[in-house]
Design a protein around this ligand. Structure first.
Ligand SMILES: Cc1cc2nc3c(=O)[nH]c(=O)nc-3n(C[C@H](O)[C@H](O)[C@H](O)COP(=O)(O)OP(=O)(O)OC[C@H]3O[C@@H](n4cnc5c(N)ncnc54)[C@H](O)[C@@H]3O)c2cc1C
Length: 411
């Protein structure tokens, strides 16, 4: 017998077990008897990187709103992150910030961010979820298509491929009352929609070709500055490189350099140090030149901003929604992705709560309502990221974006 008062269905499936999928799964437990997460990776048994979140070794800052949402969903997670060594950083008081006009003023602002290796957060949330009755994981399972409902108006499950004990890939089908695609930038939802006879959403891409290089360093025992982090902001179009240094767990710094200049940044030791030295202030270079590197230099070339306009579809299947990076992904330097994913999950929760408050389990119209609201949530961070990116000489795609944004959010 269910202890939940507002059940909307028996099973919900979430495709993708990264930040958007994990947060969404937690919210869905309020409305569905069972929630199954289909994830192509195996979840690690301790905090460590995994292939499906290849960006997780790069610097991740969790903005205040994202942190609030995670604390709301998983009370105590903030303390657990700190117990795992996450550094608390007053983004104004603790960070030496060189903006395009000079040094920013520093004062205690109370605007605290947490700085840590990204995979620690995913691992802590995963630990919370495996303790919840009704949540289960299909690991090393790759979702391949959606199953149409009998009346062809919606989705009634997911097909996925999973290896059996002998390593052979077996195709399986799991029925569900509701399916969420949170499979990130590589989401195949547009193709899945086409396979069911729907249009794929239009998409807007704005790219600058920005590349990332990062490396961990042991913080020297004698480091005695009055700041914890440093941010040398780019000033495009003239200056396209930026540098960051933030403390993370295990008394280490994560040091990164980003640039849109072709072939930069580089994995080469000398080129990395020289790029740090050439920033308009050498404070990061000076801090790390005596520090012991803890890892090799890691390079990452994210694809850039991409917005898929699910809200503009004139026909879309019922009982299927898309969120997180699968809908909207950003140039990472603005640190918005996890927080926007969390806002999307909360918005889905609000839509489901409205239905359950009507003592109904009718999910008709939910997909349209949700994708429309999500587009509005995504609009501000999208404009924040792309209006900055528009200043880079290498930017591509900006005109098309402004038209689409106006159409989707302000009409
Ligand atoms: C270099 C870099 C730095 C960043 N820094 C920050 C930062 O400082 N702050 C911040 O908030 N954000 C940052 N981000 C953005 C952040 O990483 C993403 O926004 C966030 O991880 C999005 O989460 P997601 O769950 O939507 O997708 P993802 O994290 O991409 O996860 C998708 C998941 O789906 C799984 N999957 C994919 N396809 C399938 C399938 N067919 N079947 C089953 N499973 C599947 C994958 O294995 C993965 O687990 C950064 C990103 C990059 C690239």
């Amino acid at each position: 017998m269910s202890t939940k008062s507002t059940i909307l269905g028996d099973r919900a499936i979430v495709i993708g077990g990264s930040i958007a999928g994990l947060l969404t799964a937690k919210i869905l437990t309020n409305y569905f008897e069972r929630v199954t997460i289909i994830e192509r990776d195996r979840f690690p048994s301790q905090p460590e990187p995994r292939k499906g979140i290849s960006q997780c070794t790069q610097l991740h800052i969790l903005l205040a709103r994202g942190r609030q949402i995670m604390e709301e969903l998983f009370p105590g997670i903030y303390d657990e992150l700190i117990a795992q060594g996450a550094a608390t950083v007053d983004m104004v008081g603790d960070v030496k910030w060189f903006n395009p006009f000079g040094w920013s003023n520093r004062f205690p602002s109370g605007f605290m961010a947490l700085s840590f290796s990204r995979y620690i957060l995913d691992w802590l949330i995963y630990q919370r979820l495996i303790a919840i009755d009704g949540i289960n994981f299909q690991e090393q399972a790759y979702a391949t298509e959606l199953v149409p409902s009998q009346n062809n108006r919606g989705v009634s499950g997911v097909k996925f491929k999973q290896r059996d004990g002998t390593g052979k890939k077996i195709e399986q089908t799991l029925a569900a009352d509701f399916v969420v695609d949170a499979s990130g930038y590589s989401s195949n939802a547009p193709q899945w929609l086409k396979m069911l006879g729907y249009d794929a959403p239009e998409e807007t891409r704005i790219t600058t070709g920005m590349g990332y290089a990062s490396r961990l360093y042991e913080i020297p025992d004698d480091f005695q500055e009055d700041w914890k982090g440093a941010y040398i902001q780019a000033a495009p179009p003239q200056r396209t490189a930026m540098g960051v240094l933030y403390p993370i767990e295990n008394n280490r710094w994560i040091v990164g350099i980003c640039d849109t200049t072709p072939k930069r940044p580089s994995k080469d030791e000398n080129a990395f140090m020289s790029a740090l030295e050439q920033l308009p202030s050498p404070i990061i270079y000076n801090a790390v030149k005596q520090a012991e590197p803890a890892t090799p230099i890691d390079i990452y070339h994210p694809p850039g901003n991409r917005l898929r306009h699910y809200e503009q579809l004139t026909r879309q299947p019922e009982r299927f929604v898309v969120l997180g990076d699968a809908v909207c992904s950003f140039t990472p330097i603005y640190g918005q992705g996890m927080t926007v994913a969390a806002l999307g999950a909360m918005t889905l929760g609000e839509c489901l709560a409205e239905i359950s408050q009507q003592r109904s389990s009718n999910l008709s119209g939910l997909a349209k309502t949700f994708q429309t609201r999500l587009a509005k949530i995504n609009a501000d961070p999208w404009i924040a990221a792309t209006s900055q990116d528009a200043k880079y000489p290498t930017v591509k795609g900006i005109r098309c974006s402004l038209q689409n944004i106006r159409w989707s959010t302000w009409r």
